[in-house]
Design a binder for this molecule. Structure first.
Ligand code: NI
Length: 133
C-alpha cells in the first residue's frame, strides 16, 4: 500500500485546515491515538488520556507530548513532569515513562510513523497504529 492510499483523499486535495477540536469530537475512547496528519515520516496523533498508563519506553525514537486540554503528569524513574494546556515535553528515546491523568486530558503526540503506544510492551492498552480520523 502506498502512503497516498492510506491518507484521507479530501485532506490531500482540499485547502482545508485540520481543526483539532473538530477532530477531537470524533472519538471518546482513552489511550487510543488517532492520526490526523503526517509530515514526512512523522505523524501527528490526537489522544485522550485518563487514569494510569503502564511503564514503557520507545527503543528507537523520542516522543513529543503537547497538551491541548487538561493536566498530564508523566512519571519517570528519576522524576516527574507536569504539563498544562499549551505545554509540551519531549521524552527522550529509551527513557522509561508512565503518563497519568487524574481527569481526562487531550494530547497531541508527534512521533515517527509506526511507534507503538506501549513501546516494547504488548498489553490490553496496546493500541492499533495508523487509525486516521
Ligand atoms: Ni510513550
Amino acid at each position: 500500500m502506498t502512503d497516498t492510499a492510506i491518507l484521507p483523499q479530501v485532506e490531500r486535495t482540499s485547502h482545508t485546515p485540520i481543526n483539532l477540536q473538530a477532530k477531537l469530537a470524533l472519538f471518546s475512547e482513552h489511550w487510543s491515538p488517532k492520526v490526523i496528519a503526517e509530515m514526512n515520516d512523522y505523524q501527528f496523533k490526537l489522544v485522550k488520556l485518563q487514569g494510569d498508563f503502564l511503564w514503557h519506553h520507545h527503543q528507537h525514537t523520542d516522543e513529543t507530548f503537547l497538551v491541548l486540554e487538561g493536566h498530564l503528569r508523566i512519571d519517570f524513574r528519576d522524576g516527574v513532569v507536569h504539563l498544562s494546556p499549551g505545554e509540551m515535553y519531549i521524552v527522550p528515546k529509551g527513557v522509561e515513562h508512565k503518563p497519568f491523568a487524574a481527569d481526562e486530558v487531550h494530547v497531541l503526540l508527534i512521533e515517527p510513523r509506526g511507534v507503538v503506544n506501549t513501546g516494547t510492551e504488548t498489553t490490553a492498552l496496546t493500541a492499533p497504529n495508523d487509525i486516521w480520523i
